[in-house]
Structure formats: C-alpha cells, structure tokens
Design a protein around this ligand. Structure first.
Ligand code: AVW
Length: 255
C-alpha cells in the first residue's frame, strides 16, 4: 500500500512537472497576476508560454537574447516618458528609491522585470524540464538568465523617452564599465529621437569625491549622442537615503 501511495505521488509530481506546474512557473505566473489584476486571465499564461518557449529543450549555453523576442512582444509594456531609472552597481539603492518614490521606475519595476527579478532558470537539450541549477552569469555568454536581462534591458532602454536618470556607483574606479549591461546594452539602445536628457546620479560614499570628472564618466559621455543633454551629479549616498525617507520630496529634488 505504501508503495502504491509513493508511486501515485511520483506520477502526480511528474505529470504536474510535464504540464509545467513547477515552482518557477508558480512564482512567475503569480507575480504576473499580482501586477495585472483586471487583465484577461490568459495574459499571464500566454506570457509564461512565450517565456518557457525561449529556453525549454535548449542547451543552457545556447540561448541568445533574441530567443526572448516573442516574450517581449507578448508582455513588454510601454511606460510614461520621464520615468526611466537605469542603475549600474547600485541595484539595492535604486530599488529602495523607486519603492518609495513612484516618480521613477527601474526595469525591475516593470511587469517583465518584476516577474523574473532574482530568479534563475534554464532548460536542457532533449528535455522538457525546467531547471533552477543553471550555468552562472559569466560561465557561458548565451545562458538563459543573462540573455533575458540583456534582451529586456535593450527593450527598456529603447523605450526610454523624455528625461531619464541613472544611479551609478561613484565609489568604484570604473562606474561606467564596458562589461555592465548599462554600458554594453542600454546606452547602445537609446532612442535619441525620443530621449531628451540623461542625468547621472553618481552616488558617492564620501561627499568630497568628484567622480563625475573622472575618466570613466568621460567615456560614458563619448558613448552618447552629442545632441543628448547630459548631466552628472555627485550625490552622497546619505542624501539619497534621506530623500527616500522623506515622502514629500519629489524625485528631482533628491539631487
Ligand atoms: P551591475 P548592470 N555575475 O550592477 O549595468 C553574476 O553591473 O550590468 O549593473 N551576476 C552578474 C554579473 C556577473 N559577473 N554581472 C551582472 N550580473 C547580474 C538592467 C547581477 O544580478 C537595469 F535596467 C547584478 O546584480 C539596469 O539599468 C546585475 O546583473 C542595468 O541593467 C547587474 O549588474 C543594470 O545592469
């Protein structure tokens, strides 16, 4: 009898896995539903199917960013102008900021970014399974997680219009590092006919640092269209934190 129960349980688990009811699916579809209350009930199922189709059955080192094109078409949402906040080496501060100040949005505040932030996923050649033990970020370039963030960041940057902002880390030697997604993907996908200005908030630990004048930020300026209005502010982290804690201070008054 115990054997029968065990066999039934394993069979049910297998059937659920094949139908795609994995913990990852539950998390992703759940986050999607949280953010799309009122949308068609199929919306998040369709988004999940487009997401899974990008990597299920594929070698986890051979999923290029274009694999997510269909997902982008299905679920990438437009956002208002003047709301884009990029970040590089300042993830937790940027997220703490947008959680309290709704005037700006990071990629992870948009539907797709929210659905997948902090998760890991991959498939395997010849299998319809979904796995969460996967090649690391830089173990092979075309891994499903890295490719997703590259593809989503390209769409996020291309959708930026009006005045955009970036939190960068003024306490490291190369805040604008060629390996970062901000440098390698986002800056290269700006739509200059829609973007009016880019303000860099260079977050410093020591208020006397002037990293805006450094070589790294000069290389960022060279990578931008000269017609784009560029400005860079050295802003002590304590000032950003104090701004986060003051509900009445609007975004642009924080720097
Ligand atoms: P980041 P980005 N190993 O702070 O400019 C493991 O450099 O790249 O900011 N994980 C990594 C690695 C690595 N070598 N490199 C990057 N990551 C992951 C999307 C890791 O999760 C938004 F729109 C790290 O926290 C921002 O404007 C994250 O990538 C822009 O792209 C960011 O690394 C931030 O990308």
């Amino acid at each position: 009898c115990a054997l029968l129960v065990a066999v039934t349980l394993v069979a049910a688990l297998l059937a659920a896995t094949i139908r795609g009811a994995t913990p990852l699916r539950t998390a992703v579809v759940g986050r999607c539903r949280e953010r799309t209350a009122g949308a068609s009930p199929d919306y998040c199922e369709d988004a999940w199917n487009a997401f899974a189709a990008a990597f299920v059955g594929k070698d986890p080192c051979n999923v290029p960013p274009e694999s997510y094109d269909r997902l982008m078409e299905a679920a990438f949402q437009k956002r208002p102008c003047n709301t884009t906040l990029f970040w590089s080496k300042t993830k937790s501060l940027a997220h703490a900021f947008t959680e309290k100040k709704r005037c700006l949005l990071t990629l992870e505040d948009t539907l797709l970014g929210y659905m997948l932030d902090g998760l890991t996923w991959c498939g395997q050649n010849g299998s319809n399974g979904i796995f969460t033990e996967c090649p690391c970020w830089s173990c092979c370039p075309d891994n499903p997680v890295r490719s997703f963030w590259i593809r989503a960041s390209a769409a996020f940057a291309a959708g930026a219009c009006g005045d955009a902002y970036a939190f960068m880390n003024g306490s490291i030697s190369s805040p604008f590092s060629s390996e970062s997604i901000f440098a390698s993907t986002e800056v290269k996908n700006f739509n200059y006919s829609a973007l009016n200005s880019l303000t860099i908030v260079l977050v410093t630990r020591d208020s006397s640092t002037d990293a805006c004048d450094g070589a790294s930020m000069k290389s960022l300026q060279r990578a931008l269209d000269p017609a784009l209005k560029y400005s860079c502010r050295n802003v002590p982290q304590a000032r950003v934190e104090s701004c986060i804690s003051q509900p009445d201070v609007t975004c642009s008054n924080c720097w």
